[in-house]
Design a protein around this ligand. Structure first.
Ligand SMILES: [Zn+2]
Length: 438
């Protein structure tokens, strides 16, 4: 049994937009890791059963939620490109007992890095051979340290579509889509991830990233089957027409996104086919801006990758600004594991939203905590610091509302009331140096 704790001298930053910073606060945490009380110092006596922890007037905020990430890679950009034969052979090796163990260990390592950087919840949207399901369970059972995971197993894509055949179950036709939902559900996933259009990473021609791959009928059938059991559907989409199809089909979140017209705006806000009657947007700037904005002598990428990244990045930025302006539900994810996206710098996604998307630091913190919790359907448990919610908290020496980069320096991560102070992360200096140029 864990001990009850009293965090004293807390400067509290909550996930809500309408709450101000509260000084000299005390947070009581029960032995189940639930916040019992949050009170100002004057109003409260702490009984002896609580272990007192002096936060020393540092900032306390809700743990970060990464709503779009993958764990199979650490984000180190590789300049190697593999032939199809090598890839086929590699995937065969991974689909063995030893191969799966290798994947699992990599994921476990990346999950720990994410956790040490303040991510206490992560939606992982596409991994190999259901190792995400296993890792989620091991973290839940406290066998492994990491963020709580919400997982989606393999993508569901069109035959030859984004991520196929390696990272996707290939689908042709609505019934095939239904079957693939059932396959993923059988393996224990929490979300369904579909790819409605192509993607930057595997496009072979300029413009292919946004090309429509799944049909509206397929998307509709997949969503209906998932919604039947209360499961939500996340859709990778990189063009406006793709967004339209995905929304009409009833997806619950649009990943990446593209510019909206009036019909698209109203479908986001009121979507009769989405599980909760609306659809959220999760842009992922970090996956696109290094390729689009860094000098190509740095990134060493070919024309196709560069042009597609530029199109997708610019479209994503427009879509994000439209979403904010029109009060569409927006969350934060950074596509960690993609090239240049490490697991320790989700603050860069917020920094990009602030500097290029025009939102405030406070709004950015709201999006990455409370708004993300709502999108993931866990806002009753996490996302703000309130009585009855789980004690998933970050302790920061410096105020992130003054400078969002202050999120990159933590004194402590608390999850379910357990304190973690060993937060030393091995960083990739080459990658950080390049990103600091933008
Ligand atoms: Zn992704």
């Amino acid at each position: 049994m864990k001990m009850k704790k009293a965090l004293i001298n807390c400067t509290v930053i909550n996930g809500d937009m309408d709450r101000e910073i509260e000084k000299d606060m005390i947070i009581l945490i029960n032995n189940q890791g639930i916040i019992e009380k949050i009170e100002s110092r004057q109003n409260i006596m702490i009984s002896k059963e609580y272990e007192q922890i002096d936060i020393n007037h540092q900032y306390v905020m809700p743990g970060l939620i990464n709503a779009h990430a993958h764990l199979f890679s650490d984000g180190n950009p590789t300049e190697l490109s593999f032939s199809e034969e090598t890839l086929n052979f590699g995937i065969k090796l991974l689909n063995t007992k030893l191969g799966k163990k290798f994947i699992y260990n990599r994921m476990k390592k990346n999950a720990l890095v994410a956790f040490q950087s303040g991510i206490t919840t992560m939606r992982s949207v596409g991994e190999f051979f259901y190792q995400d399901v296993k890792l989620r369970d091991d973290i839940q059972n406290e066998k492994v340290i990491g963020p709580d995971l919400s997982v989606s197993g393999f993508f569901i894509s069109a035959t030859g579509g984004h991520g196929a055949p390696y990272l996707a179950l290939e689908t042709d036709g609505p019934w095939d889509g239904v079957k693939n939902v059932r396959k993923n559900v059988r393996q224990g996933v929490d979300w369904i991830k579909i790819c409605v259009t192509g993607g930057v990473t595997d496009a072979k021609t300029i413009g292919e990233a946004g090309r429509i791959q799944l049909t509206e009928e397929e998307v509709f059938a997949i969503c209906k089957e998932a919604h039947k059991i209360g499961m939500m559907v996340a859709a990778h989409v990189e063009s406006s027409e793709g967004v339209r199809i995905a929304l009409k089909g009833g997806v619950d979140s649009i990943e990446h996104g593209a510019p909206m017209d009036e019909d698209i705006i109203s479908l986001y806000k009121q979507n009769p086919n989405a599980l909760r009657g609306y659809t959220s947007l999760i842009p992922t700037f970090q996956a696109a801006y290094p390729y689009a904005l860094l000098d190509r002598s740095q990134t060493n990428i070919n024309d196709v990758l560069f042009e597609n990244a530029k199109i997708v990045y610019e479209d994503m930025l427009i879509s994000f600004q439209q979403a904010i302006k029109n009060n569409i539900s927006v969350g934060v994810g950074n596509d960690a594991a993609m090239a240049y996206v490490s697991h320790y710098d989700l603050w860069r996604e917020l920094d990009h939203m602030i500097r290029f998307g025009g939102i405030t630091e406070k709004k950015a913190i709201h999006l990455v905590t409370k708004s993300n919790a709502e999108i993931l359907g866990v806002d009753k448990q996490i996302g703000t610091i309130d009585e009855g919610k789980r004690a998933n908290l970050l302790i920061l020496p410096n105020n992130p509302i003054e400078n969002i980069k202050n999120l990159s320096k933590l004194s402590m991560v608390i999850k379910n009331g357990v304190l973690f102070e060993d937060l030393i992360i091995k960083k990739n200096e080459r990658l950080d140096f390049a990103l600091d140029l933008i």
